[in-house]
Design a binder for this molecule. Sequence first.
Ligand code: PLP
Length: 411
Amino acid sequence: FGQLQRQDPELARILLDEVERARAGLQLIASENFTSPAVLAALGSTLSNKYAEGYPGKRYYGGCEVVDRAERLAIERARALFGAEHANVQPHSGASANLAAYAALLQPGDTMLAMALPHGGHLTHGSKVNFSGRWFDVAAYGVRRDTELIDYDEVRDLALRHRPKVIVCGATAYPRLIDYGVLRGIADEVGAWLLADAAHPIGLMAGRAVPSAVPYADVVTFTTHKSLRGPRGGGILCTAELAARIDRAVFPFIQGGPLMHAVAAKAVAFGEALRPEFADYARQVVANAQALCRSLAAEGMRPVSGGTDTHLALIDLRDLAISGAEAERRCAAAGITLNRNAIPYDPEPAAVTSGIRVGTPCVTTQGLGPQEMAEIGTLVARAIRKPEAVEDVQARVAALLSIHQPYLSED
Ligand code: PLP
């Protein structure tokens, strides 16, 4: 870093400012985490220099014998971690992993069935503004109005009516467990592939804090930077039957050279997740989300579906008569970073919303526990309800963080 500071102080300042920003506030974005210094070291390595189109042992460039070892390690660790028959660790992101999975299973114009974006699905699950909505014929299921849980009867009805080639499950803002067994049964009934997008809960699956999708789904796509606490990137797990199709879909169909520094960093993260401490972390993430949820509920902020089984909660703010956008702004002013989020059947437009999403992967990595979660719930409520008390909340956030800061050491 000293070298960067001497050569390009302007950019070095930006990097330091970002560390400061993350340290100065509470990070409650459900899709973020703080990687270990070891993951950052691999990301900043010379493996970034190497072209390695292809797969270990079958490259289209010379000099790949060293990076082959990194990719083999990442693949073996991913397979061991998730008990998967095959792993592809090259997707640059979660969206790329989904693009590759669709490319392996679908042709343009084919039908897929996925969770609607306003009910918690992801853009890549068939939104009109995304390639998935443009290139495929999409039928969408949602959650029930009364329980706010996935309506499996509706999934089955839609599957029987539309006969999709792929059923996609997984979400970006669904706080509850997904019943992969039921979805497997529906997929079998209509002869569809089952694709589980586990971008959010993959770290919880790795730590056995929630049931794994791997035994049920034909293909599991994921991101490595959320609950898994690895580098920004994606990955795909699949059955041996689909291995060659998935690999060809990633390269050469949608990507060129893999980011070998990111592949190496994924190997580091999988290695960390294989340690017993990671299971403790994953369980703590869920326990913290539940404690935060209880505290918010006690403050009159209704958790969608009544609670959470995962790392995130979706909070309905309509009783407070404050929009998600305004709540996001007020929390930011108080040093609490979270995001506005549509709630199911949200009467407000997507840019405004009636809800916020909170997640605990970052604060759990920092070592905060259920007691602190109870306080954070109070602080979130106070920041939203009493913007005039912003300095008081800022001071309490700073006190909480003074003993729980990420990236304090020099390593
Ligand atoms: N799938 C789901 C369910 C997600 O929540 C996300 C990201 O939030 C993605 C895919 C896309 O991941 P990325 O942002 O790495 O493309």
